[in-house]
Design a protein around this ligand. Structure first.
Ligand code: NAD
Length: 387
């Protein structure tokens, strides 16, 4: 059942990683239940564009999508008092894939931690056991000038960050703000990884690297943290099963430096939850705009979650300024990695390249000589490009 697929970054990809499963029923019927989580801020705007794109591609490839929307994040807090209603998790579990936009906004920032929008996102990842987050950072030739780094530094950059998503300091116990015996407040979080958690993300990373340029860089802080030493030892031990992959290790501070100094040295990066959160955003910015970057979060079975790397951009929400392309490319990743529909994914990715070739740009990627468009107009250009 494994297929050789071409990814957004034009590398063969294997969505199954041995044990990751695609729902068989979906493959046979070509009907897919997709849960849409538009969330907050620009989420509903970019999701609306993406649904139209999916419908257009669906009709071309004889794919029938059943969309159901559910609440998450701030909008869920406003309606139900919780950022991840039980109903949302249950609808997601029953679907073939989950397409998420973004959550969060200033108005919910002062709520207690367990009621914050971000808690809903972490709960979704944990609830669906999405332990592997794949974030491509590929420089598109049309957008080389959008990068804040020099052309010669970024041209040809093609990095995949594989981030562990359900462990590490974001989930470790104990956590909280406690009062010391002296009556002082003390904030505590715990960075912890079990060997099995490191091994399973390590396997995904080696498999990913093997299908790309065969180079894997594991990032940790083993010179200071015991948890990182275990990480390094386990990743190094896995290497004997992947003789075709060249493994290297970097401390996270050096990795951050190398990413902006000489990003072309990287092929695939594997790292834990916190370091991956930071480094994948840094890698994202090499490409010029966070508004262009999709991601996939996968578990061992069940639906994956496909979402843009960016947040809810409350500063431009409701103004028709958002770039919908990261969301649209997330839908392409969903078709490829989650629903095993590579031709439909290719079609969407080609449409994105075409609208960029035609010169259409939202504000975040605008440069002189191109045509400035809003979110909706970019959607219309995509629909034209598809047909
Ligand atoms: P952000 O990604 O929302 O915005 C950072 C900057 O990039 C802003 O200037 C924004 O306007 C711009 N930007 C982001 N996406 C864009 C797009 N598609 N088109 C054009 N411009 C875009 O990050 P932030 O400002 O740090 O966070 C805002 C809110 O989003 C916070 O509440 C944060 O918690 C949340 N957030 C959510 C996610 C998620 O849902 N996965 C990720 C990061 C941040």
């Amino acid at each position: 059942m494994q297929a050789q697929l071409l990814g957004y970054d034009n590398h063969p990809v294997d969505p199954l990683y041995g044990s990751l499963e695609i729902k068989r029923s979906a493959l046979m019927t070509q009907q897919f239940n997709i849960t849409l989580l538009p969330g907050d801020g620009i989420g509903p705007e970019i999701m609306a564009v993406t649904v139209e794109v999916l419908k257009a591609v669906g009709s071309q490839f004889d794919l029938q999508f059943q969309f159901q929307s559910a609440l998450i994040g701030g909008s869920a807090i406003d309606e139900t008092g919780t950022p991840l209603p039980e109903e949302t998790l249950s609808v997601c579990r029953q679907s073939d894939a989950v397409l998420l936009a973004a959550i969060g906004g200033y108005q919910w920032d002062s709520l207690p931690r367990h009621q914050r929008p971000e808690t809903g996102l972490l709960g979704l990842r944990a609830g669906l056991q999405l332990f592997a987050n794949l974030r491509p950072a590929t420089i598109l030739p049309q957008l080389v000038e959008a990068s804040s780094l020099k052309r010669e530094v970024v041209e040809g950059v093609d990095i995949m960050v594989v981030r562990e998503l359900t462990g590490g300091i974001y989930f470790g116990q104990p956590r909280g703000v406690f009062e010391t015996e002296a009556g002082e407040l003390r904030g505590v979080n715990t960075m912890a990884y079990r060997a099995s958690e490191i091994d399973r993300i390590g396997r995904v990373a080696f498999e990913t690297a093997r299908k790309r340029q065969g180079r894997l860089c594991s990032v940790d802080k083993a010179n200071v943290l015991e948890v990182s030493q275990l990480w390094r030892d386990r990743i190094a031990a896995l290497a004997s099963n992947y003789a075709d992959v060249e493994l290297s290790h970097l401390y996270v501070d050096n990795a951050a430096m190398q990413l902006v100094r000489q990003p072309k040295q990287f092929d695939t990066i594997v790292t834990g939850n916190l370091f991956g959160d930071i480094l994948s955003d840094a890698a994202a910015m090499l490409t010029g705009s966070i508004g262009m970057l999709p991601s996939a979060s996968l578990g061992e079975s069940g639906p994956g979650v496909f979402e843009p790397v960016h947040g809810s951009a409350p500063d431009i929400a409701g103004q028709d300024k958002a770039n919908p392309l990261a969301q649209v490319l997330s839908a392409a990743m969903m078709l490829r990695y989650g629903l095993n529909q590579p031709p439909a994914a290719d079609k969407i990715e080609q449409a994105v390249l075409k609208v960029l070739d035609q010169g259409y740009r939202t504000g975040d990627i605008y440069s002189e000589g191109t045509t400035a468009v809003g979110c909706q107009a970019m959607g219309e250009a995509l629909l034209n490009a598809l047909t």
